[in-house]
Design a protein around this ligand. Structure first.
Ligand SMILES: [Zn+2]
Length: 132
């Protein structure tokens, strides 16, 4: 009985969440002119490590973000004073051709949210100026 209980305890977390965890820029290297332009304009040095959770499935993305995967490709989650990015599985982003634009978008949100006082809407306006 105890043995089975133990097995359940170690098994359940693996079944529930199996996302891949990366840190930008340490283990997730992204070179993108749009980020360079953004960092120049806002005097940002990308010297922080931002946690990026790559959901293992579309369903897991929605579990992690509470957002519909049909509409969102990525999200910046703010939980207390912790910020982290959640994305759809990378292969899905690559297939849609939005891997870099999704990550760049969320990284910009991270810095705008952390260091400035823009509303959600203002952030979207700023980001779209750099992305498009
Ligand atoms: Zn956004």
């Amino acid at each position: 009985m105890t043995k089975y209980f133990f097995i359940l305890l170690i098994f359940i977390p693996l079944v529930c969440f199996s996302f891949n965890l990366y840190y930008f820029p340490a283990t997730l290297h992204i070179e993108d002119d749009r980020l360079v332009n953004f960092s120049n304009q806002f005097c940002i040095k990308f010297n922080e490590q931002i946690a990026v959770l790559e959901a293992s499935s579309l369903e897991e993305f929605t579990e992690l973000t509470k957002l519909p995967y049909s509409y969102y490709a990525g999200a910046l989650i703010v939980s207390k004073n912790d910020y982290y990015i959640v994305t759809l599985p990378f292969d899905v982003l690559h297939k849609k051709g939005i891997f870099y634009s999704t990550l760049v978008h969320e990284i910009m949100h991270y810095y705008l949210e952390s260091y400035f006082d823009f509303s959600e809407e203002e952030q979207e306006d700023i980001i779209s100026q750099f992305i498009n």
